[in-house]
Design a protein around this ligand. Structure first.
Ligand code: GDP
Ligand code: MG
Length: 221
């Protein structure tokens, strides 16, 4: 049996998503709101990274929109860290869609300089749903294994940055970090790569600088 490729099928749902994402992008362009969409498997460290990253991004009004199948736990964590956050409960859906972001942002009373979207933990579906973001980050944590870029190429292909998390665990794991970097670059030669241990506070500053610089570059364009 031959390969089955999803691009051979017409997907009206994705076309509708693209149209809403385009509207979101136009609105955020006018408002000068910079948006980062964060993808990863469940437990790769998205919320922990945000808890550490947000305090390094000073003087920008920031909110985190966080998607999960159930519970308000992550939004609660972000608020406890001292930042605005809204939970999006998908009730089963394994990814966020532009319409969900549109509904939430329509209700915001304030303008934000920066919006982080913590997507539902999943390396598959979120890759094909444009949320109108400026930057897409994918986290890969060391316990997940070094074979993931080639197994989930679309996610790495569509990301601006790969953030290898939990590097403090490297001494305990058979994780070939150079192989991951090489395979991610083979899929997407432009991808930026960051190595982070949120637990040990390593690499957070570099990532914060990257977000700030990319936002400034975009503002100047
Ligand atoms: N060893 C280690 N554990 C981490 C690190 N970052 C997050 N974790 C742990 O990984 C688990 C999942 O983290 P979380 O941020 O909730 O992941 P999310 O599901 O991607 O948002 C938690 O138990 C965290 O304490 C890290 O840098 N090193
Ligand atoms: Mg989380």
């Amino acid at each position: 049996m031959g390969e089955i490729k999803s691009e051979n099928f017409s997907i009206p749902l994705l076309k509708a998503n693209e149209a809403i994402a385009k509207n979101l992008r136009e609105r955020w362009d006018k408002q000068k709101t910079f948006v980062v969409n964060i993808l990863s498997s469940p437990g790769a460290g998205k919320t922990t990274l945000l808890e550490k990253l947000l305090p390094c991004i000073e003087n920008l009004k920031t909110i985190v929109l966080v998607g999960d199948v159930e519970t308000e736990r992550d939004a609660k964590r972000i608020k406890e860290a001292g930042f605005d956050s809204i939970q999006i409960i998908t009730g089963g859906a394994c990814h966020l869609e532009a319409v969900m972001i549109e509904q939430i942002t329509n209700k915001l009373n304030e303008r934000y300089d920066l919006i982080f979207i913590e997507n539902v933990g999943n390396l598959v579906c979120p890759a094909v749903y444009n949320l109108g973001e400026n930057l897409r980050f994918t986290l890969l944590s060391t316990p997940e294994g070094d074979d993931k870029p080639k197994k989930y190429p679309k996610t790495f292909l569509t990301s601006h940055a790969l953030i290898i998390t939990k590097t403090d665990l490297l001494p305990h794991l058979p994780f070939d970090i150079e192989k991951v970097k090489q395979e991610a670059k083979e899929i997407n030669p432009e991808i930026r790569i960051f190595e982070i241990s949120a637990l040990k506070n390593q690499g957070i500053g570099h990532l914060a600088d990257f977000v700030k610089k990319e936002r400034e570059k975009w503002i100047r364009e």
